[in-house]
Design a protein around this ligand. Structure first.
Ligand SMILES: [Zn+2]
Length: 199
């Protein structure tokens, strides 16, 4: 049986016969004396089982935490970009956003209304990775074509706006069509660039 000093918690392995019903004992470490009574085997075992359960629960919690960080890495990275260092440290490969999305079938539609020119931009965004991705925002830049300056658009022109897509997530190989709101533009001879607001 295991006898524990009530003062310093030192543990001693003692033959039950040495204690009998009860006996005065002294701790070899702190000299505390107390009356030790016989401990039934079952209480000893119960303590042991409780101890194992406590540790199992602790390690289960640690593992659950690490797994949840792994499976929610896209969200964690978006909220807290510095966590990239942590993922790198534990050897988790992060998605290469340049290879994650592609934009296809980009087109522009122009409309003239009350003497003003308006433009809409449309296309398809495709998740070409094998993971579910958080939907990025589209950052759209319109600029003058800087080739042989067209008389009508001689002045430098630049317009940037963000377009949010209505879904939150994009499944592997899923594509989603987008069409931006109308934007007033000075001419139809513009250069358009789309960047994705992802990590
Ligand atoms: Zn002691």
């Amino acid at each position: 049986m295991i006898v524990v000093c009530p003062s310093c918690r030192s543990k001693y392995s003692v033959q039950p016969e040495a204690i009998g019903e009860s006996k005065m004992v002294r701790c070899a470490l702190c000299s505390t004396m107390w009356r030790q009574t016989a401990i039934s085997e079952s209480i000893d075992k119960k303590d042991h089982v409780q101890h194992i359960i406590k540790w199992a629960f602790f390690w289960f919690s640690v593992l659950a935490f690490v797994f949840s960080l792994f499976f929610t890495r896209n969200v964690v990275l978006k909220v807290w970009p510095q966590s990239a260092c942590f993922y790198d440290f534990i050897g988790v490969k992060l998605p290469d956003t340049k290879k994650t999305f592609i934009i296809k079938n980009m087109g522009t539609q122009f409309k003239r209304r009350d003497g003003k020119l308006y433009m809409r931009l449309s296309g398809e965004l495709i998740n070409c990775s094998s993971d579910v991705q958080i939907m990025p925002s589209l950052i759209i830049t319109l600029k003058n074509e800087d080739s042989q300056s067209n008389e009508a658009s001689k002045e430098p022109y630049k317009k940037v706006w963000t377009h949010d897509l209505m879904y939150n997530k994009l499944l592997p190989d899923q594509n989603v069509a987008f069409e931006t709101e109308e934007q007033s533009v000075p001419c139809s001879n513009l250069m358009c660039d789309i960047k994705l607001d992802v990590l």
